[in-house]
Every structure is written in structure tokens, then in C-alpha cells.
Design a protein around this ligand. Structure first.
Ligand code: ZN
Length: 945
């Protein structure tokens, strides 16, 4: 066999597809399928982790095409925001790390070192960075065989794209979804810009949420000791206040008042639009045993030491409510002996069904919590109690005018009252949690700077908290298929949780906000409906000056509004051309499927849902989102620092795209993490080679064909079945199963057929041609090559995917019998340990077939024994009649047919065991009495040594 030269074959077919424009799609009379995968960010080389989603997407695109649909699979490049600017700046500064990593990336695509140097030097210009990497993405995707219509490629920096985004924001503002206001945002002080999930270091692994604390101003000396709480309604149960005795505190002037707080609070509160100035520094321990007044409850309580108080959270001062806060109860118990002079007895202020007089104590004893060190259990009971009291609790009569209220109502009423008395303020605090739900104390921006929370007075927000918008988003989600559906809850959660989203930045590449040009729309906010833009981008680019791409034109394309004559006059486009744009959009939209990784659920994908719901009528809403988990390598997350990142470029050069594709879709189900293992990848490479060898070998066989025998019928039957199941697996989106059937089942069918000496040229050709078609969505390059080798006209990419049908059990039964017989003989040889000279096979007599038939009919033993054919066989018959229906072979041949099949397989069995095989239809030669063991479809066996 010749070696399989993947790189020669892959570049040949890549070229031919391009020359023949196989994947350029235009509206026509066929049914369509519009699939998208997120456009990648053009700031470096893509790796095999990216390739997982894209490959799954391409398999779908190719399969749908082979179902006869008109498939559009487009691609673009995202350049919005600051990452590309940051590369440029670092190259300008001759930053050694940036120079090295960009030289490495560029070196993947350009072999000449001098040229590499030149290109990296040109990166001082941001546009050159974007252009180079956008082009690298095209090369990567072409090399992977993705069936993309490249005419529609664009970048988010293109002037035409900017015009499209301006249309989008014009409408969002009109709908009231784009608002300007004062809202807290996560913020990078170094870059002087808001940050969102994508900008936060490891942000894609965190739940990025903000917490809102109530600050209770508790009269103290010349001002207030300010305690932070999430449960202001528990103010009536406060028995003391905690501060950390080992830390520093300050007296600060806050908006004109004196506050006693931790110093860490000062900078944070300043960024939230407050005037704060430190007046005096104090030690925590100096505050201990001083008295503070609890508002509303109007009681004086002592300040007590608590080393567990974290001064990095809010004010570093907390109230102790031992009856309802398990932490406080445990701490109070630990300290009470030391302060006998104070009454630290818990005050129960809420009653909740299912709880005793002192709920915190109750839970602590039930869970066996011994000390403050039992953090995990304490967290759990705290959350449980909070939830139960919030939803079911009623306030006690010790809550004054707030007695006998539901806790939810009391919370609001107490908050309002304290606000009215100017004794309550609010602050925002980082509520970012990791995958285990643990708070991330000091989140960092990707630039290295710690993140703060800042209230911006003059910022643009997308108001995802808007009730009407949320409802529309929910209804879009309800009408959309999520694959696998287990991810639906993640979308539901994100939709209900999302609120104001800061959507602009003061610098970066992208689109300027139409009505406030100081601002650039950030990258998660300019990538929500661009799928619609793919449908006609190639028909506006270079045909209309970008500045003439007006709101009116897009209104017409997307919504069918306005007068085409007028728009024609304004844009210079002919009325016919305008109609074509509208036709392209309405032909391709709605989008049939969007495929990507699950990390995008909490932002990008949910934004896509919101924006489609806002801008398009329900009949144009996306129909399906398909999801897959991420990829790791050799058990570890791929990262630059570990040096285990595998660029697509390297993979393709070393392994070939087909091997990578087959591995990426077969190594794991989409809903599980794929662990890239070199040993397994190599196995995939060997399978590809085997496929090549077998199909090439078949292609050399003569084309004329003789009579088909039983074995051929079996083979054709198996081929039909594989096609049937491979097709239905792909229809269900179960690509892994499709590989199992289309590749592995077909391979084992072939191996059996050859082992059985099958060599019918017609059967083999049919097998090979079907095999190639079934594999085309998975390994398209090799399949095109084999298709040509088999003498067919290009392109198999455009052939119909075989329909197949479920196997005929009648046809399968013969080969199943032979396989079982091989196993039986093998077992006998293992037990007897003899070298066989002759193998005698005894075919079961007709009465046993009759007995099986009666069992299948559900006849009882008694009824069967009454049968004149069965009765004479007495005990033997009774034994057979004990078999249960389910144990019998599905298909039972007549004695003649079974005999004929065994005679046909005689030579094969003889060859397998190096013995002479005789088939007996009676017991005339049966020296060992084996004939009586013969059952229908399972002959008796006697091995003669
Ligand atoms: Zn930063």
C-alpha cells in the first residue's frame, strides 16, 4: 500500500472546492439551512480547542448539504475592543514578551524568518494586526476543510459593519433598551474602562455578579459605626456589633458625615460616586466594649471582637444576630464567658414553620457544627435559613411596627423606614464566585490590574433588566431548541439574572455609538445579531459608499419598511439591488442553528437571544442553539504558561485535517470535556489510513460483477443499516454515534466480509461508495480523493447522503448463525485442547423447529405435547419446551435453508480451524451422540481429533 499523503490530498481538494465555488450559496428554490458558529477574535493563532466547535458546526453544515438543502455556513472576524490595540502598543514599546509571542504566531503561517520579522514590525499599526490574524483564521479554517462561503467574510471594523451596528443601536434606543445612567460596573482602573466577563482573568470560569450591601448607620460617638448587611430586617435581633480587633479602622468624612469603617472601604466607596476622606486612623481593638445605638430597635449594644470579620468586604463592621445567623450564634457562644457583663442572649424576631424557638441554634445542633472552622456546613445552614425565612418567615411582635409581616415585606418596609431616617446607604461589592461557589476576593483584569466597582455617572447601558424585554427573551427561548436540552436552565438563569450591561468603552476598535460618538460599542454588545448581516454583506460591499448605508436601507432589508424608490435615490442602489438584499435576508433568515461552547451561555448567546427578540419579529427568531463543552490536553487545561497549546496550524501539518476532525468529534460527546490525548489522536490517524487503504484497494478491482450470494446479500444489508443509523444519528446531532456507525461498524462489516472470502466486485464497490458518502461530512478531504479514485465525478460533498434502511433480520440471521457457530467450536477446542482433524455439524430436525414455533406462538407445554410431531420425542421435547420465548433466535430458517447456509460456510469454517467440515442432516454418523444437542440455528458440533 502506498503511504497516504494527507497534505497533498488536503491542499488539492481545498483548491478544487475553491475553484468550483462548491460552498458559495445563493438563494434558490431548495429548502435552506443557515448555520453559524461565533466569529473568532483576530488577535492570535487559533488552537484545537477552538476547532472543536467549528468542526462540529462544519459536520452539520456538510450533512445538511448532503440532505439536499441549500446550506449557508459563513464566517467573519471579530476585532472589536482593546486586545488588538494592546498588541500594537506593546509592539511599539518593543515589549519582549509580546514580540516573542507574535513572532511565534506569525511563524506558524510564514516560514521565512525575515518576512516574519517584517510582519511583526508592522504590528505597530493595529489594522495590520487585525488583517494578519483575520487572514490566518481564513487559512486555518480552509485547512480544516470547513465548508464556508468566504464571499461573506468581514471584520467588525469594516465601515459597512459599523453602519449595520449603528442601525441596531438606533433601534435599541428607540425601544428604550439603550439607556444612559448612573450604574455600578466592574472597572479596570489601569485601562480606565468598564470590564465584563471577557476582560476578567478566568472570567469565563466565574459567575460574574455584583452584590448590593445595605449600610446601616448606627449612631456612635460623633457619627456612625456603619455595619454592612444583606438582611436589614434583622435589625431587631442585634445583640452586639462585631469588628476585627487585629485590623485598622478609620474615622472618615463620608458625604459630610463621620463614619467609622475599615480603610479598605474608603477607595471603593469613592469610586461609587461618594465623597470620602480619612480623618483619623484607629485600631480595631480600641473600639471593643464601646457602645453603639441600634436604630429602630433603639437599644445600645456593645462592640465585640471577631477575628473572622473580613475588612475587605464592605465596611468591615457587621451586626451580630445570633438567633438567625448561624455564624453569629457560634461566635457568640465562644465569646460569652469572656463578657459576662453583657446580655448576649439571642433574640428571636422571625418565626418560620419547621423551625424551633432559636432557628440558628437549632440548625447548628442538627448539623453537629462545633466551631467557626466548620465553614462548609455553616455556609450551607446560613443559606438554608436565609431562604426559608425570606420565603416563609413572619416577624414577631418584638419588631415594633414591623411585627406580623412576611419577611419579604418587612425587609422592604424596614429598608424604606431607615432610608427615610437617612440611616441606610447602599454600596456595591464584588460578588464574583468561582465554579465551586467560593467568592473570588481579588478579581483581576486580563491586563493584570485588580478590578474595582465603579459607579459611572455618564455611561450607556443595555437595559437587560427591562421587564418587557426580558419577557420577549424568555418567549424566544421557549420557542427555541437547545441541544442538549440540559443547558436550557443556564439560559433561563442568565435571562432572569441579567440587568443593566455597560455596553460602551472610551477606546478600542469597533463601532462608535451613533448619538454619542465619544463611545465605542464593546465586543459582547456588537456581536449579537451579526448573523443577519452575513446574508447580504457581499452585495453591499464596494457597491454602496458606507456612509450611504442608512437606517432606512437596513429598515427595508430587515423589516421590509420604507419606499424602495426613495431608498434607491438616497443610496444609489437600484431598486432591483435593494430588493435582492431584502430577498437574501428573508431567504436565509431565521438562522437554523448556532453552534458554540457552553462558556458563551452566560453572555454572548443570551445577548443574541435578547437582541433578536428586540429587533426581529418572532418568525425570524433563531431556531436552535447547539452546545459543546471545552477541550483540554493530556488532562490539563490548555494554557500558554503550561506550553501545551496545540495550534490548529500544527495539528493540520502534522496529522492532517481529516484525522483532527475525526478525533475532535469522536473522542467525546459534545456535552463532556474533550481531553486531547496524543496516543488516541494517533489511533485516529491510523484509522484514516486504513480507510484509505481499503477503499483504494477496492477501486483496483474489476467492475464486472457476477451473481450475488447469501454473503453479498448480508453485506448489502449491513451497508443499508449503517447508512440508516449514521443518517439518523446525524439528524439527532449525535456525531459521535455517527462515527461509530459510519466508520467502525462499516469497517467491521468489511472485515467480516473479507474473512468470509467475500469478493464480489459489485458488492465491494457499493460498500466503498456508500462508505465514502457516509464519511464525507466527517473526513471530507479523503472522501473526495477516494470518490475520484473510485472513478466518480466530483464532488462527493454535493452527493446525497444515503437513506439506508434498517437491516432485514431474515438476511442477517445466516451470518449471525455462522458467527455463533465459530464461537461454539472455539469454546469446544479450548475445553478439549485438541487439534481438530474433522468437524461434524448436525442440523436440528424439523420437530425442534416446530417446537420453537409453538413457543413463539405462546403455547403451553401441555398443548405442545399434544402435537403429533412433538409428542413422540417425550423428554427431549419437554426439555426444549422449557425455553423462554425471549431466548429463541429472532429468525428461524427451515432445515433446508440452514443446511444450505452451513454448506456454504463449510470451507470458511474449515479454514478458520484447519479442519475438514461435514454437515449432517441426520444422525447416521454420530459417534459421540452430539446430534441430539442440535437446535434450530445452532447446529450440534462434534470435533474429531
Ligand atoms: Zn485592565
Amino acid at each position: 500500500m502506498t503511504e497516504y499523503e494527507h497534505s497533498a490530498v488536503e491542499s488539492k481538494w481545498g483548491r478544487r472546492w475553491k475553484e468550483a465555488r462548491v460552498f458559495e450559496s445563493n438563494p434558490d428554490g431548495r429548502g435552506k439551512f443557515f448555520l453559524t458558529v461565533p466569529y473568532p477574535y483576530a488577535s492570535g493563532a487559533l488552537h484545537v480547542g477552538h476547532a472543536r466547535s467549528y468542526t462540529l458546526g462544519d459536520v452539520t453544515a456538510r450533512f445538511q448539504r448532503m440532505l439536499g438543502k441549500n446550506v449557508l455556513f459563513p464566517m467573519a472576524s471579530h476585532i472589536t475592543g482593546t486586545p488588538i490595540l494592546a498588541i500594537s502598543t506593546k509592539i511599539q514599546q518593543k515589549n519582549p514578551k509580546a514580540l516573542a509571542s507574535n513572532k511565534e504566531y506569525v511563524g506558524f503561517y510564514v516560514k521565512d524568518e525575515k518576512k516574519v520579522e517584517e510582519i511583526v514590525n508592522s504590528f505597530t499599526e493595529p489594522q495590520n494586526v487585525a488583517n494578519f490574524y483575520a487572514n490566518a483564521i481564513i487559512q486555518d479554517f480552509e485547512s480544516m476543510g470547513y465548508s464556508i462561503d468566504w464571499r461573506r467574510f468581514f471584520t467588525t471594523g469594516d465601515k459597512e459593519y459599523n453602519a449595520f451596528i449603528r442601525w441596531q443601536y438606533h433601534h435599541l434606543k428607540e425601544r428604550g433598551y439603550l439607556v444612559k445612567g448612573k450604574h455600578p460596573v466592574f472597572y479596570c482602573p489601569r485601562e480606565d474602562n468598564p470590564v465584563t466577563t471577557d476582560d476578567i482573568e478566568s472570567g469565563d470560569e466565574y459567575t460574574v455578579e455584583m452584590a448590593q450591601f445595605n449600610l446601616l448607620k448606627e449612631p456612635f460617638q460623633d457619627g456612625y459605626l456603619v455595619a454592612a448587611t444583606l438582611r436589614p430586617e434583622t435589625i431587631f435581633g442585634v445583640v452586639n456589633v462585631w469588628v476585627n480587633p487585629d485590623k485598622e479602622y478609620v474615622k472618615a468624612k463620608v458625604d459630610g458625615e463621620f463614619w467609622y469603617v475599615a480603610p479598605q472601604f474608603v477607595e471603593k466607596y469613592k469610586s461609587q460616586q461618594h465623597e470620602v476622606e480619612i480623618i483619623e486612623r484607629l485600631k480595631g481593638k480600641d473600639l471593643i466594649e464601646k457602645k453603639v445605638r441600634i436604630p429602630l430597635a433603639e437599644r445600645d449594644v456593645p462592640i465585640l471582637p471577631a477575628p473572622f470579620v473580613d475588612v475587605n468586604i464592605a465596611t468591615g463592621v457587621v451586626n451580630s444576630v445570633p438567633a438567625h445567623a448561624p455564624y453569629d450564634y457560634v461566635a457568640g457562644e465562644e465569646i460569652k464567658a469572656k463578657y459576662p457583663q453583657y446580655d448576649l442572649k439571642p433574640i428571636t424576631l422571625i418565626r418560620t414553620s419547621g423551625y424551633q424557638e432559636n432557628p440558628a441554634k437549632d440548625l447548628i445542633e442538627k448539623e453537629g457544627i462545633k466551631s467557626q472552622a466548620d465553614v462548609e456546613k455553616l455556609e450551607k445552614v446560613t443559606a438554608d435559613l436565609y431562604r426559608d425565612e425570606f420565603y416563609r418567615g413572619i416577624t414577631n411582635k418584638n419588631c415594633g411596627e414591623f411585627a406580623n409581616m412576611k419577611v419579604q415585606e418587612a425587609k422592604e418596609a424596614v429598608t424604606d423606614e431607615l432610608k427615610a431616617k437617612k440611616l441606610l446607604a447602599t454600596m456595591y461589592e464584588n460578588g464574583i464566585k468561582d465554579k465551586q461557589g467560593k467568592p473570588v476576593i481579588e478579581p483581576h483584569c486580563r491586563c493584570g490590574s485588580p478590578i474595582i466597582i465603579k459607579v459611572l455617572p455618564d455611561q450607556w447601558f443595555l437595559d437587560y433588566g427591562n421587564r418587557g424585554w426580558k419577557d420577549d427573551a424568555k418567549s424566544l427561548l421557549e420557542n427555541m431548541r437547545i441541544e442538549p436540552d440540559s443547558y436550557r436552565r443556564g439560559f433561563e438563569h442568565t435571562i432572569s439574572w441579567l440587568h443593566e450591561w455597560p455596553c460602551t468603552r472610551n477606546r478600542g476598535l469597533g463601532t462608535r455609538l451613533p448619538f454619542d460618538e465619544r463611545w465605542v460599542i464593546e465586543s459582547l454588545s456588537d456581536s449579537t445579531i451579526y448573523m443577519a448581516y452575513y446574508t447580504f454583506v457581499h452585495k453591499i460591499r464596494n457597491k454602496v459608499p458606507a456612509e450611504k448605508l442608512s437606517v432606512a436601507l437596513f429598515n427595508h432589508i430587515f423589516l421590509g419598511l420604507g419606499d424602495t424608490k426613495k431608498i434607491s435615490h438616497e443610496t444609489g442602489l437600484t431598486e432591483h439591488a435593494i430588493k435582492e438584499l431584502r430577498d437574501e435576508f428573508t431567504y436565509w433568515y431565521p438562522m437554523d442553528e448556532r453552534r458554540t461552547a457552553t462558556a458563551h451561555i452566560s453572555n454572548h448567546l443570551t445577548f443574541m437571544i435578547f437582541h433578536h427578540a428586540a429587533l426581529f419579529p418572532a418568525n425570524l427568531w433563531p431556531k436552535q442553539i447547539s452546545l459543546n463543552e471545552m477541550l483540554i490536553a493530556e488532562g490539563r487545561k490548555m494554557s500558554k504558561s503550561l506550553g501545551n497549546v496545540i495550534p490548529i496550524r500544527h495539528g493540520v501539518e502534522r496529522l492532517g485535517a481529516d484525522t483532527m476532525r475525526m478525533y475532535l468529534v469522536y473522542a467525546a460527546d459534545p456535552a463532556t470535556t474533550l481531553d486531547w490525548r496524543e496516543s488516541q489522536v494517533d489511533n485516529a490517524r491510523k484509522r484514516i489510513k486504513q480507510f484509505y487503504d481499503i477503499a483504494t484497494e477496492i477501486a483496483t478491482k474489476p467492475k464486472e460483477a457476477g451473481e450475488e450470494n447469501e454473503l453479498d446479500l448480508w453485506m448489502l444489508n449491513r451497508v443499508d443499516e449503517a447508512a440508516y443509523y449514521s443518517r439518523s444519528a446525524l439528524e439527532e446531532g449525535n456525531v459521535r454515534k455517527a462515527v461509530q456507525v459510519a466508520f467502525y461498524d462499516m469497517l467491521s462489516n468489511y472485515n467480516w466480509y473479507v474473512r468470509r472470502s467475500g469478493n464480489h466486485p459489485g458488492t465491494l464497490r457499493h460498500f466503498a461508495e456508500t462508505w465514502v458518502k457516509l464519511m464525507t461530512p466527517l473526513t471530507p478531504f479523503l472522501c473526495e480523493e477516494l470518490w475520484e479514485t473510485l472513478g466518480k465525478t466530483p464532488f462527493v460533498s454535493n452527493e446525497k447522503y444515503p437513506e439506508g434502511k434498517q437491516a432485514d433480520p431474515e438476511v442477517d440471521a445466516g451470518e449471525n448463525m455462522v458467527k455463533l457457530l465459530l464461537e461454539d467450536v472455539q469454546k469446544i477446542l479450548e475445553v478439549t485442547k485438541v487439534a481438530p482433524k474433522k468437524i461434524h455439524l448436525y442440523v436440528a430436525p424439523d420437530w425442534k423447529r416446530k417446537a420453537y414455533a409453538l413457543i413463539k406462538e405462546g403455547k403451553t407445554m401441555k398443548e405442545a405435547m399434544a402435537d403429533p410431531e412433538i409428542r413422540p420425542h417425550g423428554k427431549d421435547a419437554a426439555k426444549i419446551m422449557q425455553s423462554r420465548k425471549e431466548e429463541l433466535p429472532q429468525t428461524i430458517y427451515s432445515k433446508e435453508k440452514e443446511t444450505s447456509i452451513l454448506n456454504g460456510a463449510k470451507e470458511f469454517i474449515g479454514r478458520e480451524f484447519n479442519a475438514e467440515v461435514t454437515v449432517h442432516t441426520d444422525a447416521s454418523h454420530d459417534p459421540q451422540g452430539k446430534a441430539k444437542y442440535a437446535l434450530p440455528m445452532r447446529p450440534g458440533v462434534y470435533v474429531e481429533a
